[in-house]
Design a protein around this ligand. Structure first.
Ligand code: ATP
Ligand code: MG
Length: 495
């Protein structure tokens, strides 16, 4: 295991050199050292030093220091965003993790070895000095690896520093970090470390949803995301992150499926990962059938899962809100889960129904919906994602996207309705617009000012009762078509 010459950026070298010039010790530490040994590009650069935060601030005036864990962020002139800020942390050791989240107290440590001992995994506890030991330093590197991190890098093992049981009790998030490093690096958990996680999973209850969310998101974005999520389940961690997903474990499906609900969800995720699709699509693929266990009726080849997309989207909303994902992310994923079952067969589906689909999903989400559907199909074990059908559907979506899909796009607006009928604002306007939209969704050619004006006049002459009924019927009609489509789906598709 060697560090390649030239793999350390000059900005990092200069931070280390400046500190040493002022008489302090400084080492590159943590994930970036691990990544350099693996020949991977580091995500960020961390330096550990014997200087106190105040001393670091004096050496690098362009800095900010806002947390209480001795980390000063030093700004550099680099154009690479990964190098714009370098974190410089004073040697420290962590004392008493009362809440298993944050050390209650941190205290300065005297040596870099002490600092390495408080780190989570051996592969993250290697320090790299620039230059050979001694003063002044001679060209070369000084590697401090007191816990055998390089051995574990070679063996592709994630092993806790020290006694695993204690380390996870200090900070329960480390359990998820361990799984995350396995998923991003393609490593395995060392058996004792693994055992200690399985024993301590329930401590995850004490970790904030935000920290859990961030680790979970990193697992989902990892190259081996599927394996990562499977490991979370095997160890029992998933029960404390998304218990709803665990419900699908071992749940067999009907004659259209060869996989259990859990296996199918995982395979769908894996396809989305293989395609390097976005975070939202990966998560929607993992969650798209989360509602199935709760709606399953019957057993064996004729069992059914009617309504699982509705229940699933409700569950997805609960899950993602609980994990405190941003509102926009939640909405997108919930929509993708809700409509993943859309019925489509070339020549069988009307443009009106595609128009309704685009309206429900939102024009900005249609491409993602197709991707989730492809992940769903491949995850079912079918050989192809139906390129022809999907190409055709894409073409139709494109075509109908030009058509009116919301009251906003009607050629006659609320204001027009008021002036045509000479009435003031009130619920009647909404009812009339509902009726117009229903007519136009059914036949876009009706979206002409003359035709709609005529229709408004007819509607305007009706008594309130009647008008209310028409608007209600228009809405029901829209729902009926959707239900009919769902019925067709149930028969023809794999539910
Ligand atoms: P990456 O930056 O690739 O996500 P990393 O290993 O650099 O991974 P960071 O969260 O950036 O992870 O942390 C930097 C280093 O700080 C880690 O390598 C590890 O040595 C230490 N560390 C971070 N979080 C913890 C923790 N919860 N417990 C113990 N040590 C930790
Ligand atoms: Mg890092």
């Amino acid at each position: 295991m060697e560090v390649m010459k030239g793999s350390i950026p000059k900005e990092v070298k200069s931070v280390v050199a400046e500190l040493e010039k002022q008489g302090f010790e400084a080492y590159i530490v943590g994930g970036c050292v691990r990544d350099m040994f693996l020949g991977r590009e580091p995500q960020d650069w961390d330096v550990a030093t014997s200087a106190t935060p105040e001393e670091v601030q004096k050496v690098f005036p362009d800095n900010f220091y806002e947390n209480k864990f001795f980390t000063v962020t030093v700004r550099t002139q680099a154009s690479d965003p990964k190098l714009k800020e370098i974190e410089v942390t004073s040697y420290r050791s962590d004392l008493r993790y009362g809440d298993r989240r944050h050390p209650e107290e941190v205290q300065y440590a005297k040596t870099v070895e002490e600092d390495l001992a408080r780190r989570d995994f051996t592969v993250n506890a290697i320090a790299l000095g620039i230059g050979k030991p001694g003063f002044p330093r001679k060209p070369g590197f000084q590697i401090l690896d007191p816990f055998g991190g390089r051995e574990d890098l070679k063996a592709k093992l994630i092993r806790a520093v020290g006694t695993p049981d204690e380390r996870f009790q200090e900070d329960a998030l480390r359990m998820m970090r361990g799984v995350r490093f396995c998923a991003t690096l393609g490593f395995a958990l060392e058996p004792e470390t693994r055992k200690a996680i399985a024993k301590n999973v329930s401590l995850l209850k004490e970790i904030s949803q935000e920290r859990i969310r961030d680790e979970f998101a990193k697992i989902i974005m990892a190259e081996k995301a599927g394996e990562g999520v499977e490991t979370l389940r095997e160890l029992g961690l998933l029960e404390f992150i998304i218990p709803e997903l665990v419900e699908g474990y071992g749940v067999t499906q009907n004659k259209h499926h060869i996989y259990t609900v859990w296996e199918h969800n995982l395979l769908s995720l894996e396809y989305a990962v293989k395609q390097k699709w976005s975070f939202e699509i990966r998560l929607a693929s993992l969650l798209h059938d989360v509602g199935k266990p709760r709606v399953k009726k019957g057993e064996g080849k004729d069992s059914t899962f009617y309504g699982h997309e509705v229940v699933g989207s409700r569950l997805a909303k609960q899950i993602l809100s609980r994990l405190k994902f941003p509102q926009k992310t939640i909405e997108k994923i919930v929509t993708l889960v809700r409509y993943h079952l859309f019925y489509y067969n070339v020549g069988e589906v009307t443009e009106a129904s595609i128009r309704r689909l685009v309206k429900n999903v939102g024009p900005e989400n249609t491409e993602e919906l197709l991707q989730v559907r492809m992940a769903d199909r491949i995850g079912s074990g079918v050989p192809k994602a139906e390129p022809y059908k999907l190409r055709h559907l894409r073409y139709l979506i494109d075509k109908v996207s030009q058509d009116p899909i919301s009251a906003k796009m009607l050629k006659v607006k609320g204001d027009d309705v008021m002036s045509i009928l000479g009435i003031t604002p009130g619920p009647r306007i909404g009812w009339i617009l509902d009726a117009l939209l229903a007519a136009v969704l059914e036949d876009p050619k009706k979206n002409e000012k003359d035709i709609l004006t005529q229709y408004v006049k007819e509607l305007g002459g009706l008594p309130e009762e009647k008008l209310r009924a028409i608007s209600k019927k228009a809405e029901q009609e829209r729902e009926n078509v959707e239900m009919k489509r769902d019925e067709m789906t149930k028969e023809k598709y794999w539910v």
